[in-house]
Design a protein around this ligand. Structure first.
Ligand code: NAP
Length: 310
């Protein structure tokens, strides 16, 4: 029987995804039809991005699963019409991109690269940075992305602490969980990386009280989600010197409004939600494997737990 697959995402994504998806789906050996235009009554799977016109899933009565192209699902888990299984994106290239972006910004802070860039002035001012072993780094969120970043940073020699909801054992990394674990994880964080999802529990997790727990002058790298940080508290902590600098890729409102104080703050680097992106060629293979599994009645990979919200 033909498996009907709807590609439901912003129209400019289709040219990137069409060929990789066809190649990956061909390799599954399935008899399938892939289209941007299928009626709800004939759709078996929806390859989905939240920028799609499809927002009401009620008519998709025979749909076996929605396969999200993005890692973050906060815009979808709250959609009450989406009652079928929901898988999120875990893409090796997206993970690789995040590891590179996080490592680059951590090294920039660790090596005080900005200090040298600001002193290209003919004066021979020596300032030798410590080695990685002397620079504790904490990663909040030890999922697909956080763990990969933590492992790479630990591999470079940084003493890395990772914090998550459930207890974990990761060789070479100090792992903590729960409220007490968060206090401990923040207390040593000379550089803090946020890779938590946005949920009701993680909103404003980095508030004034928790910023105060961090070593004075600590640096923050946030490629997770904007609402993880209380913006006003961060601005106050930057102004007081409690936080030395922040590199922010994600924001409560995106695009970040032109008059937002982050743009002009001399202790903030803004990047426009580019830390990492799903890459069509590798993501297509993940999608095709989930279609194959769904069609065969096997458990899907990377299922979202709606009660947890991620
Ligand atoms: P993931 O695999 O679901 O991992 C999430 C991690 O956060 C897990 O370790 C989880 O703990 C932990 N966590 C969740 N809620 C928690 C809580 N209340 N307290 C403590 N820990 C909690 O997600 P991922 O694939 O690593 O992605 C993480 C986030 O990165 C995404 O949700 C998205 O927001 C963001 N992202 C950003 C970009 C970008 O370009 N800026 C790109 C992709 C993704 P457990 O392990 O115990 O479940």
């Amino acid at each position: 029987m033909t498996v009907n697959i709807l590609f439901a995402a912003a129209s400019d994504m289709w040219p990137d995804y069409e060929r990789p998806l066809i190649q990956a789906l061909d390799r599954t050996g399935l008899d399938y039809r892939l289209s941007t235009d299928l009626s709800p009554a004939e759709t078996d799977f929806i390859i989905y991005a939240p920028n799609s016109a499809v927002q009401d899933f009620t008519p998709y009565t025979r749909c076996k699963a929605v396969l999200n192209l993005w890692a973050g699902v906060e815009n979808i888990v709250t959609n009450k019409t989406l009652t079928m299984p929901l898988a999120r994106m875990v893409d090796p290239s997206l993970t690789q991109g995040m590891v590179e972006w996080v490592t680059g910004h951590v090294l920039r802070y660790h090596l005080d690269i900005d200090w040298f860039l600001a002193r290209q002035n003919g004066k021979w001012e020596r300032h030798v940075p410590p080695v990685a072993q002397e620079r504790p780094v904490t990663v909040l969120g030890m999922g697909e992305l956080g763990r990969a970043c933590a492992e790479t940073l630990a591999g470079l020699g940084f003493p890395v602490t990772g914090w998550s909801r459930s207890p974990k054992e990761v060789p070479g990394i100090t792992t903590l969980h729960g409220d007490d674990g968060l206090t401990e994880a923040l207390s040593t964080a000379e550089i803090l990386v946020l890779l938590l999802p946005r949920t009701a529990e993680t909103e404003n997790i980095l508030n004034a009280d928790r910023l105060a727990l961090m070593p004075r002058g600590a640096r923050i790298v946030n490629p997770g989600r904007g609402p993880l940080i209380d913006d006003e508290a961060l601005l106050a902590a930057l102004d007081s010197g409690q936080i030395g600098h922040a590199t922010l890729d994600v924001f409560r409102v995106e695009p970040l409004p032109a008059d937002h104080p982050f743009w002009s703050h001399d202790k903030v680097t803004v990047t426009p939600h580019i830390a990492s992106e799903t890459r069509a060629s590798t993501a297509a293979q993940v999608i095709a494997e989930n279609v194959r599994r769904g069609a065969a009645g096997e458990p899907l990979l990377h299922m979202v737990d709606r009660t947890r919200g991620y």
